[in-house]
Each structure stands twice: as structure tokens, then as C-alpha cells.
Design a protein around this ligand. Structure first.
Ligand code: PEP
Ligand code: MG
Length: 839
């Protein structure tokens, strides 16, 4: 007979209501990635020891600790969700690491109100980190009293027993599908498949013959190195197996976002990478990665070595470190994405965020941690193993993705090692030479200093090359390794178009190259020289060209680039990246600085806070939403939090005496929202004694566009946010890996929305601007002018070129063309009609 298993009772550390771990709105806990146990919705603020033992870990943010019992069970208590971000604010520990404690003893006191306001949730998790030591979990339920009620009972595994998880579900396998993707499942289709797979609870495998990969893991899918025509199937084990097989098989058959025969996005739309042939010993050859010419001085760039120790603290401590680093890396990439104006290119960084959640990659690191390695060491082993595996594949596209894994890997590693990843800081006029650059390096280049770069690794299909093309930086990949020995500071000529680097150019060669660079620059300079002139069409229509800015510095730059005003001040930048909302005075100082940089006579349009849903603020406890794009966003957030709104309005009104002030409400969908916002503004105007401002709404939602004629009498102006208007008109998320390419602002449906808006506004004598990305797109400008738009609010660097373009247009011809275009059927037809206007 077998002896009964030893049991351990774990007390509720707080009073409150128990809830199953699976219901916690954070996959890290709900999917038991940290450990198994129970969650508790607390009503008390004093965390009592759930068991007796030793405090083996107290997190430096004091929101979590681990107690190791005499049986070696690691009980981790984590107060709230995302409370690490509070960095200790509101938490007071009563114990320190190493203390021996008894069950029921006070461990941490915390300010329930403050944590509830500032953190995502107060739900507190009681977890067993070393689940392998537990045979059975018996969670309690209902109300519990801190230090008295049992929250969880565990039956300990016998020392020798191995816990194998045998599911009760049989494995099902779907029909084989022949892959239509010309390059197999490379990064983006793999990301689409993995994202879909993650919606299901079942274990899902992508099977090809005797090979298989975790279908929820992008790296594992890429590791299969599939090719066009490969017969693959989905094998599923779990509660929703049949549904998962149906959905994923259909997705595979449809090409996972790539139409059959379609080239895989930017990765192959460029001419096939041909290795250049050096014409003389003075030339080093590589592959053209980004066109353009540059004459500059060599800067040899080498990657920092990040050291980590092999052994770690306890597994639970290392696990917490890894989670925190993955979380922070995600935030860093989010910030970097904001620097890229082109949402399609930002997709590359979205794929990087996806890698941070890749189950195979993260599991491999966790396995290493389980073997006693430090989080840094285990993580480095994991991402290096995957990158090496991809590098060994017989598929250029997949080999290139190894660099993406190393990039993400190094970002997390640097966070774990506590080292700042050095920014590439070089003198002006530099040409960088490196073995490898990462997409993050490239996205953070200072374009005014880096004229071009060469890498010995990578190719034209690497994400680094795609980003270089997007930033307009000439680049060569796969260059001869001799480039790594070129003398620092020596002058070279980089011909990105030909893939050649001239090592020791003669004076004539330098002069010729410089003349060509100069010719290209002349056009830009001419546009810049004429930037202060009004943008008047050949038949006398003035189109006001103004700037999209975030602060006074942008505004100053806008004015020097010829901005006739500010058409969109994105005020949310003042609210980002901080722990508390900015005060009225702080905001007023920022708005006044913008007004002063602009001068009293130019119009200044300040958009009120546009956050929510997809753009959360740490100090604004917005509920988690299934459809954030259709939830609390834009003006809805301001109406939900009137104090934040009123503070902002009071601050904006302080700038009224200094500017031709316009206040604009974002994401307005209904007249009720507009009227409610205007009523609050009217009260604040009256209370402030400041002069009022013109009031407008952004047209970003189809309901507002089709009702423009009804909205118009109640506003002074409209400004069309084509970025959001496009995604809401086409019902296509502009950040969606599969749909982003089709979410085109030049789709005739979006143009019809713009047309309706202009008609409605002009009927009531109100003006219409466009402040979305379409206004900065040379190809779109003739049709916007033709539709009757009065103002274009564009990114600062684009102002001179857009003004020069408007001056070449005839308003009458644009009107006629716009009328024809409105009757076209697809965005491609519109683009082909407008091709002549592209830069
Ligand atoms: C838009 O949606 O076009 C716009 C200008 O607003 P956002 O800040 O959301 O891009
Ligand atoms: Mg918008």
C-alpha cells in the first residue's frame, strides 16, 4: 500500500475573494507560466505569511516575495498585476530577505487605494513556483480571511515520482494543406499563424512528414524551413482541438496573409539582391541594401559584449527577473516604434514584440532557469540556440531572421545584466562599418549624422535593409570582410545603389560623387529655400500647409521648414512615459512654449488627450478591453475622466492670449460626445476668464464623416485623421500583420469619406484640414486638393516638398481628377492613376 501523500495547507495572505488562476487577466499568471496556485481579490492591505519558512526572495519593488518552506516548496506571493511598475510606491515590507517567518506573520503592508488606482489590478497571486514538487493542487473558493482561512492545499510529490501531465484529450490531425507561400512560412506568415494559434487552449503542432513545430511559436515554425508546396497539417490536443484545426488549416491554405504567388512583402519586392563585382582593388563589393550615394568618414562600430553570471539565485527569483525584463523590453520596443513614421515598417518591431512572447523561446529560457542558471545566462542560451538554428537553414529569408532574434535577445539580455545598451552616437558625416547591425540600431540612428552603413553580414532582405530604405540611408550588406579593417576616419564613397564601397577615392572620384550627392540635395534645398512661400496652385488656390508637432522644439523646426501654423499638436506626448498626470501648470508651460515658438499670428491647433485602449497610461486605470480600438479612446476617455479633461482645458486656455488658438477633440463619433465636450469647455472658458478658442473635431470615425453636414454648424473646423479613418472605414487594423498592407488611405471608400466631410463643412462655411499620414504622401496630395481640402498638416521634414508640389498643381485639374478617382474601385487603381505624382 502506498503511504498517503504529504499535504501542505497554504493560508490566504489577504482577506478577500478567491478566484481561479485561469481567470487572471494576465497570461503570465493565467497560463501558469510563473507557477500554479490561486488568485485572490483582496479587501485588506496587510499581507500575512501564507506558510512558515524563510523569505528567500523579496522583490526590490516590494510587491512580491517568495517563502521557501521546510519541505522545499517555494510559495510566491505577487500583489496585484503590473505592480512592478510602481517601483515600490505604496508598499512597505515588514520583513527582509533571509528572515525566518511563521504563518500569519505580517510580511508587507500596502496602500490599497493607491495600488488600486495606479496598477492594472489588485488581484494577488499565491503560487507554487516549483510545481514539479507538487502532485495535486486543491484550491479553495469563496470568501477568505487573511492568515486564518486555507486558500490552497497541495499534495506533495514523492521525491522519486516524476509528474507527467497526460491530457485527457486525444490528438486530432487535420487534412494536409499544400503551402501556397512562395517563400514558405517565413517571419510574417509564421507570425500570423502563431498569433491565430495562440487563441486556442489546445496544444497545437504544425506537422510536415516526421517533423513538427509548436504552432504557437514563430521561431519554431520558421525553424521547420517550409517551402512552397510543402504538405503540412495541424495536429491538436485539447478542448478546442477541432475548432483550432479548422481555423488554422484554412489560414494555412489561404497563405497566412500572403496571396498565392504574391511576393512576401518588402522582403522580395526589391530587385533580386545581386552581389556587385568590384571594378578595381580599390573597391569593396557587397549587396545593395538601400540605394543612394554618400561621401563620408569611416566609423568602425562593434557590438558591446554583455556579461552575465552562469549561476542564478532561486528559480523563482530568476523567473521574476526574466518576466520583468521581457516586460520592459516590450515597452522599449513600443517607444522605438513611435520613431518610425511608416506603420508598415513598424511591423518589423511588432514582430520583435511577438518574439518576446514566443512560447518555445521563453520555455527554453525557463528550462535553463530550472537547471539553476541565471535568467541572463538561460535567456542567452535560448535565443542563441534559436538564432543559430535559423542561420543554418537553407533559406535566405529565414537566415536573415536570426538577426532579429539576436536583436530582441540582446535587448532583454542587457536589461537582465543591468547594462545600458549603448546608443550609436557618432560624429556627423559618418559611414558605419559593422559585422552586423540590428533593426533596433538602425531605427535609432541619428539620420543627420549617419550618412550610410555597410555590414559584413545580412542581405537585402534583412529587416535592417528594409529599415535603411525606409529611413533613406544608403547601405550595403554582405560587404567584403576587408571593410572591417578600414581605418577609422578615412574618407570613402558608398554607392548603396551599386553595392560598392570605394576605399581610397581619388580627388576626382570624391568630387564626382559629391557632385552627384549635391544634385540630389539641390532639389531638396530648392524646396527648402522656397518653403516660406505660400503654397498656391497654378490657378490661384491657397492650400495652407501646417505642421504636425509634439512640442515647442518640433514647432520651431516646423516654422523653419515653412509651416504656416500647427495643424495638430499631439498633446498626449506630454502625458506619456511618466507615473502621474502632468499638472495644469506643467501643461500650460508646454502649450505656451509651443504658442511662442509659433508666433501670435499662425494658427495653433491643440488636440486634447488622445489615449486609451491601445495607448494606455500607467496612472489612468482604464479597464482591459477585448476591442480596445472600439472602446474607451480619444474624447471618450476625457469624458470618462472629466478632471483630467478640465485640467487640460484650463492649461490650454492659458495659451489663448499668445496664439490663434484652436482646440480639437479626437475620435469623436457622435454629436452627444461633441456637445458634452463643448459644454465642459464652455464652463472652463467662463471660469478662466481667458478668451475662448475655435473648436473643431477630428474626423476619424465614419459616423462623423457621413454626418459632417450635421456636425458642421456646431464646430469651427474639421481635421481629418486619415490614419484612424482608414482603419475604421475598412475595418482593418492598421497594425495588423495580415491587413496593414490593404489598410490604404487611398482606398476609394476613404476618399469618399473625405469628400463627404469637405462637402458638409463647406456647405456651412467651415474649413477642413487633413492631419493624418495621407497629407504627407506626395501621391495623395493632388487628390486631397481636388477633393477641396483647405489645409494639409504634415510631418515637419515633408513640409518643403509638399509645398513645392502644391505649387505645381492646377486646382481645376485636381478637381476633375478627384471626381474620376472617386469612381474607381480599388486602392491599386487609385495609386496607378496618381503614380506620376509620387516622389
Ligand atoms: C489620425 O488618426 O490620422 C491621426 C492624425 O491621429 P493619430 O495620432 O491617431 O495618428
Ligand atoms: Mg487618430
Amino acid at each position: 500500500m502506498q503511504a498517503p501523500a504529504a499535504r501542505l495547507e497554504i493560508l490566504a495572505p489577504l482577506s478577500g475573494v478567491l478566484i481561479p488562476l485561469e481567470s487572471v487577466p494576465d497570461p503570465v499568471f493565467a497560463q501558469k507560466m510563473v507557477g500554479d496556485g490561486i488568485s485572490l481579490d483582496p479587501t485588506s492591505g496587510e499581507l500575512l505569511a501564507p506558510v512558515s519558512g524563510v523569505v528567500t526572495q523579496l522583490h526590490q519593488a516590494h510587491h512580491a516575495l517568495t517563502i521557501t518552506t521546510a519541505e522545499g516548496i517555494e510559495v510566491l506571493v505577487h500583489i496585484g498585476i503590473d505592480t512592478v511598475l510602481l517601483k515600490g510606491e505604496g508598499f512597505k515590507p515588514a520583513v527582509k530577505q533571509g528572515d525566518r517567518i511563521t504563518a500569519g506573520q505580517l510580511l508587507i503592508s500596502f496602500d490599497v487605494d493607491l495600488v488600486a488606482r495606479k496598477a492594472r489590478s489588485l488581484l494577488t497571486q499565491v503560487l507554487i513556483a516549483n510545481v514539479e514538487k507538487v502532485m495535486r493542487f486543491v484550491p479553495a473558493n469563496g470568501l477568505v480571511e487573511a492568515g486564518k482561512s486555507v486558500a490552497l492545499t497541495i499534495e506533495l510529490a514523492a521525491e522519486t515520482s516524476t509528474t507527467t501531465q497526460t491530457g485527457t484529450h486525444a490528438a486530432l490531425t487535420g487534412e494536409a494543406v499544400s503551402l501556397p507561400n512562395p517563400s514558405g512560412l517565413h517571419a510574417r506568415p509564421a507570425a500570423v499563424l502563431a498569433a491565430e494559434a495562440k487563441k486556442y487552449k489546445s496544444d497545437l503542432r504544425l506537422v510536415r512528414g516526421s517533423d513538427e513545430a509548436n504552432a504557437k511559436s514563430v521561431v519554431a515554425i520558421m525553424g521547420l524551413a517550409t517551402r512552397e508546396g510543402d504538405a503540412v497539417a495541424i495536429r491538436a490536443t485539447g478542448p478546442d482541438a477541432a475548432e483550432a484545426i479548422r481555423s488554422l488549416s484554412a489560414l494555412l491554405a489561404s497563405g497566412c496573409g500572403e496571396a498565392a504567388g504574391e511576393a512576401p512583402g518588402e522582403e522580395t519586392t526589391e530587385p533580386a539582391p545581386v552581389r556587385a563585382k568590384p571594378a578595381s582593388a580599390n573597391e569593396l563589393a557587397g549587396v545593395s541594401a538601400s540605394p543612394g550615394l554618400a561621401v563620408g568618414k569611416i566609423v568602425q562600430y562593434r557590438q558591446q559584449i554583455i556579461a552575465v553570471s552562469e549561476r542564478g539565485e532561486s528559480a523563482s527569483v530568476e523567473r521574476l527577473k526574466l518576466d520583468a525584463a521581457l516586460h520592459e523590453a516590450r515597452n522599449q520596443i513600443e517607444t522605438l516604434k513611435g520613431r518610425l513614421s511608416d506603420p508598415a515598417k513598424a511591423q518589423i518591431l511588432v514582430a520583435h514584440q511577438e518574439l518576446l512572447e514566443d512560447p518555445d523561446l521563453v520555455d527554453l529560457a525557463i528550462e535553463g532557469i530550472g537547471d539553476g542558471k541565471s535568467a541572463g545566462f538561460a535567456w542567452r542560451e535560448a535565443f542563441t540556440r534559436y538564432a543559430t538554428r535559423l542561420e543554418g537553414l537553407d533559406n535566405a529569408l529565414l537566415r536573415e531572421r536570426a538577426n532579429d532574434i539576436r536583436d530582441v535577445g540582446r535587448r532583454v539580455l542587457a536589461l537582465l545584466a543591468g547594462v545600458e545598451q549603448a546608443q550609436i552616437d557618432v560624429p556627423a558625416g559618418s559611414i558605419l562599418i559593422a559585422e552586423e547591425l540590428t533593426p533596433s540600431d538602425t531605427a535609432s540612428f541619428d539620420r543627420s549624422k549617419v550618412l550610410g552603413f555597410c555590414t559584413t553580414g545580412g542581405g537585402a532582405t534583412s529587416h535592417v535593409a528594409i529599415l535603411a530604405r525606409s529611413l533613406g540611408i544608403p547601405a550595403i550588406c554582405g560587404i567584403d570582410e576587408a571593410a572591417l579593417t578600414l581605418t577609422e576616419g578615412s574618407l570613402v564613397v558608398l554607392d548603396g545603389s551599386k553595392g560598392l564601397l570605394l576605399k581610397k577615392p581619388s580627388e576626382t572620384e570624391i568630387a564626382e560623387a559629391q557632385a552627384r550627392v549635391a544634385r540630389q540635395a539641390t532639389k531638396r534645398a530648392e524646396e527648402m529655400a522656397a518653403a516660406s512661400e505660400a503654397a498656391i496652385t497654378t490657378d490661384g488656390h491657397h492650400i495652407e500647409v501646417v505642421a504636425n508637432v509634439r512640442n515647442a522644439a518640433d514647432t520651431q523646426e516646423g516654422v523653419t521648414h515653412g509651416a504656416e501654423g500647427v495643424g495638430l499638436l499631439r498633446s498626449e506626448f506630454l502625458f506619456d512615459d511618466r507615473d502621474t498626470a502632468p499638472s495644469e501648470e506643467e501643461q500650460a508651460a508646454a502649450y505656451k512654449a509651443v504658442a511662442q515658438a509659433l508666433g501670435h499670428d499662425r494658427p495653433l491647433v491643440i488636440r486634447t488627450l488622445d489615449v486609451g485602449g491601445d495607448k494606455p497610461l500607467p496612472y489612468l486605470p482604464l479597464p482591459r478591453e477585448d476591442n480596445p480600438f472600439l472602446g474607451l479612446r480619444g474624447i471618450r476617455v476625457s469624458l470618462e475622466y472629466p478632471e483630467i479633461f478640465r485640467t487640460q482645458l484650463r492649461a490650454i486656455l492659458q495659451a489663448a492670449p499668445l496664439a490663434r488658438l484652436h482646440i480639437m477633440f479626437p475620435m469623436v463619433a457622435t454629436l452627444d460626445e461633441l456637445r458634452a465636450a463643448k459644454a465642459i469647455l464652455a464652463e472652463e472658458v467662463q471660469a478662466s476668464g481667458h478668451p475662448s478658442a475655435k473648436v473643431g473635431v477630428m474626423i476619424e470615425v465614419p459616423s462623423a464623416a457621413v454626418m459632417a453636414e450635421v456636425f458642421a454648424p456646431e464646430v469651427d473646423f474639421f481635421s481629418i485623421g486619415t490614419n484612424d479613418l482608414t482603419q475604421y472605414t475598412l475595418a482593418m487594423d492598421r497594425g495588423h500583420p495580415k491587413l496593414a498592407k490593404q489598410a490604404d488611405g487611398l482606398h476609394p471608400s476613404v476618399l469618399r469619406m473625405i469628400s463627404l466631410t469637405v462637402e458638409g463643412a463647406h456647405k456651412h462655411g467651415k474649413w477642413v484640414g487633413v492631419c493624418g499620414g495621407l497629407a504627407s504622401d506626395a501621391m495623395a496630395v493632388p487628390v486631397l486638393v481636388g477633393l477641396g481640402v483647405d489645409e494639409l498638416s504634415v510631418s515637419v521634414p515633408a513640409i518643403p516638398a509638399i509645398k513645392a508640389l502644391v505649387k505645381r498643381l492646377s486646382h481645376a485639374e485636381c478637381t476633375q481628377m478627384a471626381n474620376e478617382i472617386l469612381h474607381l474601385g480599388t486602392a491599386a487603381e487609385v495609386r496607378s492613376r496618381l503614380a506620376a505624382y509620387a516622389d
